[in-house]
Design a protein. Sequence first.
Length: 486
Amino acid sequence: MVSNNSSIGNSIFATVAGSLSLTVIVLALLFFEVGAGIVLISAIVALGYIGIVSKNAKFGYYIFSTLSFAFPSIELYLGVSQFGVILDSILFVTVLTLLFKILSEQNSELGITRFKSFWIWVLWILFSLLIQVINSENVNWLSFIYGIRRQHLNPLGIILLNILVIKTKRDFRQALVFHLVGAILLALIAERQFFLGFNSFENNLLQTPFGKTHLLPGITRYWGGFTDAASSGVGLSLMIIGLIPSLINRQIMKYPLLSFLCFVLFLHAGLLSGTRSAYASFAAGVAVVTFMYVRQRMQLFIILLGSIFYSALRFTSIGDSYTIIRRIRSGFNSEDASLLVRIANRVKLDDWLLTHPFGAGIGSASFDKRFAPDSFMATFPPDGLYVLIKSELGYPGQLFFNTMMASIGCYLLYRTFKAHAFTDTKLWMATFLALFIAARVSDYAQMITFQFPLVNLLFFTLVAFEKFEKWPSVTIFKPKVEAPFR
């Protein structure tokens, strides 16, 4: 009887997998207009991929993650403009394969409904769709189809993928190491650009509008293996924050020299990006870890050092001979040209929203240039995630998104405070909270949260936070011995 049920489950799974593959093939024909030969090869590859993922979930997880890290290079250097769609399709197929596999197994439960991150993102999608319905007259539906992937469906898919694959602390450590290795490779490209110069592809790229934001007076901004210098700077700052546990705890820090070298690499490559929001996000992340995990005496010492550093940058000209220091110091200049442009654009958006309170619709900020060139959003440059949300979803969307982020932050803060001070749970939770806050700071001037490969790290750690709530804690510090930790 059991084997019969199992057979039925396998048949259901095979049927769903086959249907899924055919759906992907049809979509490929419709959207990419590829030849029949390529479709046939794609069908064989898709069926083989689904078969392997159904047997080994981590295969799909790391294939998707690997392609996410390769995404910037493939898009910039190979000119595959639709690779984001392909990558999202791989995520979609991987998640559905895992879901149907679990459903086809006897006495198995999905368990995804127990995760708050899942429900939060479902509510975000539903609320955004409601705004689209209310605002249907102003929505360009082609922009909507392309745009809903990046800020809505893609994050939910990554949340589901991590819920289904990351089941133990060992799985978590493996995934974190993978992200760090990926960041190392991308950072090494920045070091090569700095020490050996740009290659022919990169020189050609700098002759396009891309060069306007990377070849600035007195400074060259190096982007490494990321999509741009801003993503490189913020991404490597976040990776440094992710390194904190391995830098300060002996049980986690199995290879202290390697951890230190990674820290130096990420720091230097991040500075090469010349990204001011990266410096701000790094400072915010370090401040969170300091106040959540450091004794009061050391807190005062760090505050003193931070105040001295800030004062030196804000009120003196010390170090102005160094390009990076001048770049950091420019962030305090209220007359900075980029800041003035940013302010002017946001005033322009506020004026437009007076007659369009629900925004221009999902995807308009990115795709109206292609599908609605005469619209307001086709010429408006969203210079940060919060501005993008506001421009696409109007005041209701802005309020909901900010409330959602604030609620997540408060929950993470509360649970981190509740965790025992000397455990690995406390240390990792404080790190995840720091990553979340750092990303929120960077999103003021960038759109980091939804960009590959950073979107993987941010939603991976969000799910990991909830996992650590359930995993048994391990004491990793000895009270009153391993100062300065609580």
